[in-house]
Write a protein that binds this ligand. Sequence first.
Ligand code: PRT
Ligand code: ZN
Length: 288
Amino acid sequence: MTKKITIAIQRKGRLYDDSKDLLIKSGINFSTNGDKLLARSSNMDIDILLVRDDDIPSLVSKGVADLGIVGQNVLAEQAVSNKKISAKSVLSLGFSKCRLAFAKPMNSKLRSLKNKIIATSYPALVKKFLKAQDIKAEVIKINGSVELTPYIGIADCICDLVSSGATLEENNLIEFKNLMDSEAVLISPVSYRKINDKNILDLIKRFEGVINAAESKYVMLNAQTHSVEKICKLLPGADSPTIIPLQQQDKVAIHALCSEPVFWETMEQLKSNGASSILVMPVEKILN
Ligand code: PRT
Ligand code: ZN
């Protein structure tokens, strides 16, 4: 008998929509309502735990969940501060991208972190960084509104998550050092016997297929036979395009799965190299 798979995702917040989307696109049907902490898949032997993101690394470490979706920032902070955390990232998911960065007031003369007071929600990562750089500074832990701390005079600078940079700007802060880049990751227990479980491995493959498909495009175009080589070189991340003869002599159709984004600039380059009827289509799933 195969064991039910349990996946922990954030209940509400920045990770929720994309996490839910990923599960649904991977063929796991489920619905959530209200404050329910557990959702049962209606078509697969899978339970979805809906929890705060901070609880996900420990639920996975304890084996309560077989897989979890969390930001690398949260996983890294907990891995440094809590010896009991033994979860590892098994797949980068490409969403909720941000960076953990130091920022100071625009008018600050701060040149180094030495002897400064740094406010952050990520004290373990900041202390680890300071230790590695051999810098002595005071780190204070703040759970929310970190960006206000220099203004109210309790910190010289901050170390916080940044995505667009708008929050820093609104608070007259300027970024000056990046500590880490982060995105959502799929995690599993480190010492995982069950990672050899075929059902879990198949599920990870499905997630991978959805993530790869999100970046991939299927490109179809027509071209003169003599320009095939040049055009194929321009197709981003295309592995062995299909070349199909057309009724019109000296013309072929080229079909290719491009594993990298196809920008307007690429299409314009293809056109100026003789390609015509260029179609770029989304790809829903890929199974390699
Ligand atoms: O309730 P729960 O504990 O589950 O959620 P939470 O409030 O702790 O987390 P949530 O939902 O805010 O964020 C979840 C994860 O999203 C984070 O751990 C990151 O991995 C990721 N993420 C991506 C971000 C951001 N971008 C982000 N911009 N998390 C927070 N921010 C905040 C940042 O702290 C700052 O206040 O947004 C502000 C900056 O945004 P910009 O766009 O103005 O730069
Ligand atoms: Zn949280």
